[in-house]
Design a protein around this ligand. Sequence first.
Ligand SMILES: Cc1cc2nc3c(=O)[nH]c(=O)nc-3n(C[C@H](O)[C@H](O)[C@H](O)COP(=O)(O)OP(=O)(O)OC[C@H]3O[C@@H](n4cnc5c(N)ncnc54)[C@H](O)[C@@H]3O)c2cc1C
Length: 393
Amino acid sequence: MTNHDAVRFRGQLDQITGKLAEALPHGDLSAFYRTFRETDLPLLPVTFRDDPRTLFRLVFETLQRLGALSPATALAVENHFYVSSAIATFPAGDDVLLEQRRHAVLDKLGARRALVANTNSKIQGNKLGQIGTVARRKADRFVVTGRASYTSLATEGDVLVFLTRIEDEGHAIFVIDPMQGNPAVEIGPYLFPSAMQDSDTRQITFHDLELTEDDLLLSPANPQAGLLIEHEMAWHQLLIPALYLGAAAGALEAVRTFLRGTTGRDGKPLAELDGMVVDVGRLALDHRSACFTVLQAGETLATVRRLPDDEEALRRAANDARAAKYVGTRCAEEIVTAARRIVGARSYAGGHVLERLSQEVAFGPLGPEVSAAIERRYGEAALGDESFTHRSW
Ligand SMILES: Cc1cc2nc3c(=O)[nH]c(=O)nc-3n(C[C@H](O)[C@H](O)[C@H](O)COP(=O)(O)OP(=O)(O)OC[C@H]3O[C@@H](n4cnc5c(N)ncnc54)[C@H](O)[C@@H]3O)c2cc1C
């Protein structure tokens, strides 16, 4: 990336964060999305396809900036970025058909400046991990029925990337286009009626949606299907902490404004209290450490260039991404809580940014992989056959 490109990138970040800040108090994000689509930012995965290192750094920074203002909006945008970044960097190797398909999808996204929503078809059922949709083969078509609980960016997405099960075959990824105005795709009301509204997360129901082989991005017959889904998940687990650490940075900025702008009874700014300096320093160190963990995990993912040759590197990258997601979202929650205690009750007065950050940062640890699942995985590894002192994570 040249200096000129970097200046342009940061200028566009200023533009979209300015629009978001203006839009949030009115509860109407249409001007923000209009501006976002006009910039080059949604196209980063298209531009930096097959360059995961640069792509990750740029998307990390973008989500941090958005997350500092509105984690919910950043989550909607994160869904676009993680799916399109995974497609842009799929280490498909010699799979000619998959290579053709993913480049065709990227070209289409680029040409239309399209935003990508996604669902993995999970439902909030009485059994963990249940999938609510199925695709059945009928002659040369697939017919999709059922429902999926979670789809963010649901009313802004142009294209829906959709993970389901093809009956008697296995997991597959389809690309549904168009997503909006499609009579077979019913986009329901908010899943969380009083939280995270700006993530635009809604339930989707499929009414005999007909798809063809051309809509199939990843077929269950692909021997690497499982690994490619794991690669996509690693992107997701890396970008989620980026946005929530952005929320933590926003909280630290609120602390800075408060402590520098408020004096104690002695007339001195609270920012000069020695104890306060130490307390805030501890929070800033936690934030920096968590960011390093996420950035390092991004580097690990960038080493995965070709499957199945790099299967071992993918395993490591997926585990690093889990750790990054776990540490990043937990740290973000702790920093926002600490910031709220420093700023006090005025955090909830007059549309203060800490009110929004406090409500939304709590969603960090809740997905995509829940903290309990990550703890269990690491616990089993730490208690396994290999001594902890010999383990190279
Ligand atoms: C705001 C928001 C937006 C989202 N947007 C999308 C989207 O656009 N597309 C999409 O596909 N998905 C989306 N998701 C879903 C997300 O990717 C995860 O599937 C979801 O967050 C998992 O949470 P759950 O409560 O459904 O998990 P569940 O698996 O139902 O877990 C519920 C609880 O069970 C316990 N538990 C689960 N597994 C274990 C375990 N292994 N060990 C011990 N305890 C366990 C934990 O206490 C856990 O909190 C979204 C989620 C949220 C919160």
